[in-house]
Design a protein around this ligand. Structure first.
Ligand code: BT5
Length: 249
């Protein structure tokens, strides 16, 4: 369906395995830049590294197709840009200002619990990345947080103690994703990074641990660099972490 007045393709599904999977298939079939798929629930919602994203009814599960990747100088920043977009959209729609955590988490401030997660997935033609799908899952109602995750997860309605309109949140999210992707395309990487840093108190001065070939390492975060890598000071000086698991201790 095309959203009224926008000309944008927004496909709404009652249920789907994964909106990212569906969006990758839509993109392969020619769906345009900025096309969106949203589902009321996912039966195989995914996180990074084969992990599951619990996706019962009551959450917002949305995937956004980015094409023309060659017009984005630093596509590695898309996950951080999506974090900024998600935080802004949540603030627009509810007034709640979440924190961000490297690389893909949206958290409640204070005692951090996960409100939303981001998963960017690429598809390539030969060695060239052709499409990146940005998937965002936001826990809207308390029902979207499964019992086994109560200790580490939170929902917007649980935090705010009132109903949150999913449609308004969805509209804000699409608008903010458009704006942040446009900002990257227009050479505004530094502004995206600055805003991400401002929303991520844990990206500086927090104790973290991570695994490397040589075993477990510990250090203190020193911000993110221009490519979105996490800088961490450990026993051997400052290291750049580009992927992998970092545990905030
Ligand atoms: C993420 O992975 O946080 C990425 C989540 C992306 C989900 C969206 S929904 C729309 C689109 N379609 C998809 O199929 N996926 C995207 P990661 O950082 O690996 O975190 C996964 C971990 O978060 C799990 O191992 C759980 O511990 C936790 N988790 C799972 N479901 C959760 C939920 N609903 N709320 C909070 N935490 C959750």
């Amino acid at each position: 369906m095309t959203a009224p007045g926008t000309g944008r393709l927004v496909r709404h599904l009652a249920t789907v395995d994964s909106t990212n999977e569906h969006a990758l298939a839509m993109a392969a079939a020619g769906a345009p830049d900025g096309a969106v798929v949203v589902a009321d629930e996912q039966t195989a919602g995914r996180g990074r590294r084969g992990r599951a994203w619990h996706s019962p009814e009551g959450g917002l599960y949305l995937s956004y197709i980015v094409r023309d990747i060659e017009t984005i100088a630093r596509p590695s920043l898309l996950t951080l840009a999506a974090g900024v977009a998600a935080a802004r959209a949540i603030a627009d729609a509810t007034g709640f200002e979440p924190d961000l955590k490297w690389p893909n988490d949206v958290l409640t401030p204070g005692r951090p619990r996960k409100l939303a997660g981001i998963l960017a997935e690429a598809s390539s033609v030969g060695s060239r990345v052709d499409v990146i799908v940005i998937g965002i899952g936001i826990n809207v109602s308390m029902a979207s947080v499964p019992a086994e995750l109560q200790a580490i997860a939170a929902s917007l309605e649980g935090e705010l103690g009132r109903d949150v309109g999913r449609q308004a949140l969805q509209d804000a999210l699409i608008e903010r994703l458009d704006a942040e992707v446009a900002r990257l395309r227009a050479g505004g990487e530094a502004q995206v990074l600055d805003e991400w840093r401002a929303r991520s108190p844990g990206s500086r001065g927090a104790r973290v641990s991570w695994r490397e070939a040589g075993g477990e390492r510990i250090g203190v975060t020193e911000g993110i660099d221009a490519d979105g890598a996490l800088l961490v000071r450990g026993a051997d000086g400052v290291q750049r972490l580009v992927a992998g698991e970092v545990i905030w201790t």
